[in-house]
Write a protein that binds this ligand. Structure first.
Ligand SMILES: [Zn+2]
Length: 231
């Protein structure tokens, strides 16, 4: 399984879910669900990357968390509530395994191990959102852009990231001109190459040295919550 969580399922949990897992393809900027909307499916990305964004009445949206092949989108809504707390948009197009929420809930109620895995995963999404709030309040745009690019690179498995400056500005909640200035600085330092809506990561190690603590903090929490399941 290319999705880490599906790969962690025991044979019996996988047997419960397998009949309800359907492969699907999504394009960049597709919307999976809107805030406050009833969720009908959960999404296990295998190639696509999903952004969970908070929308404002002015039309702006700011990213709270990013989920890819390391996780699942919509699990807490599947377990209870069924209401999306954010908008789910496809940040990078690709494959996703889609599961009906009732099937996931029924399987989780039959398997304490699966339920625990889903709850732990939802904690990692919550941790990302909390860290993003602290990051937005306290850290510089340059460090935040480095963090964002590193996370997108980890989830896409590629050094080539197809994002416009407008999109990056939206995700980070800053003006496009700020993104332009910071991207220019990173390019001058040889960390990235930027051209017409395409970013190429040239030196990931340097990005790690220039990002804030938030990148490492979220990674470490993820390893503590999900890592032990893997062992
Ligand atoms: Zn930060």
């Amino acid at each position: 399984m290319k999705n880490l969580l599906l790969g962690l399922l025991s044979p019996s949990d996988l047997k419960l879910l397998a009949p309800h897992l359907k492969p699907a393809k999504f394009e960049q900027h597709d919307v999976l669900f809107e805030t406050d909307q009833q969720i009908r499916h959960v999404y296990f990305p295998t190639g696509a990357v999903v952004s969970l964004v908070i929308t404002l009445s002015t039309g702006e949206m700011i990213e709270a968390a990013m989920v890819g092949h390391d996780g699942v989108v919509g699990a807490s809504a599947a377990l209870d509530g069924k209401i999306a707390l954010s908008r789910g948009i496809i940040q990078l197009g690709g494959d996703i395994v889609v599961c009906d929420i009732d099937a996931l809930k029924s399987a989780a109620l039959q398997s304490p191990r699966l339920l625990a895995l889903l709850i732990r995963h939802e904690q990692t999404v919550y941790a990302q959102a909390q860290q993003s709030a602290a990051c937005f309040a306290s850290h510089q745009v340059e460090a935040r852009l480095c963090r964002w690019l590193l996370r997108a690179r980890d989830l896409s498995g590629s050094d080539n990231l197809p994002f416009t400056q407008e999109y990056l500005g939206e995700m980070l909640g800053v003006r496009r001109t700020s993104v332009t200035a910071v991207a220019h600085t990173l390019q001058e330092a040889g960390m990235i190459k930027y051209a017409r809506g395409k970013i190429q990561v040239l030196d990931a190690k340097a990005l790690q040295e220039n990002t804030c603590e938030c990148y490492g903090s979220v990674k470490s929490l993820y390893d503590k919550l999900i890592g032990p399941v893997r062992k």
